[in-house]
Design a protein around this ligand. Structure first.
Ligand SMILES: Nc1nc2c(ncn2[C@@H]2O[C@H](COP(=O)(O)OP(=O)(O)O)[C@@H](O)[C@H]2O)c(=O)[nH]1
Ligand SMILES: [Mg+2]
Length: 137
């Protein structure tokens, strides 16, 4: 049993797609183990996306991710990191396959609905950024 970090980004919250994202992950069999609604500060955004600091899209990404409430979550289950990434789909919704969240529900690359950790190490780092241990059940 492993856990992963998933977050509905501000576009997903604005569009009323929180329930859709949670529903798909739950129906697959992942268990919701932590959830909150937060407006991410620029400081937290910079820590979350530190790996992208030098990318041309960084400033736009930080502006977007701090632009309104997000829904950070922890999901647990068998191979949770891989399963969540596969349900989310490719980074660019143009290439995300139908049946995935990004493939079915959007077209923009920065505003691509949902974040999912890309490895077990990233998952533990990201969970710790958003949740205190007692907030995960
Ligand atoms: N505008 C723009 N945004 C990007 C690009 N690549 C990634 N992003 C944004 O930055 C986030 C983080 O990128 P990355 O870790 O590579 O993708 P993810 O793990 O699939 O979310 C993505 O989810 C997008 O919101 C890009 O080439 N252009
Ligand atoms: Mg990533």
């Amino acid at each position: 049993m492993t856990r992963t970090f998933v977050m509905v980004k501000p576009d997903g919250v604005r569009r009323g797609l929180v329930g859709e994202v949670i529903g798909r992950l739950e129906k697959k069999g992942l268990r919701l183990a932590g959830l909150k609604l937060v407006v991410i500060s620029p400081e937290l955004a910079a820590r979350h996306y530190a790996e992208h600091r030098d990318k041309p899209f960084y400033d736009e990404l930080i502006r977007f991710i701090t632009s309104g409430p997000s829904v950070p979550m922890v999901f647990a289950g068998r191979e949770a990191v891989v399963v969540a990434r596969s349900l989310i789909g490719a980074t660019d919704p143009v290439h995300a396959l139908p049946g995935t969240l990004r493939g079915d529900l959007g077209l923009a690359i920065t505003e691509n609905l949902v974040h999912g950790s890309d490895s077990q190490e990233s998952a533990e780092r990201e969970i710790a950024l958003y949740f205190a241990p007692e907030e995960i059940v």
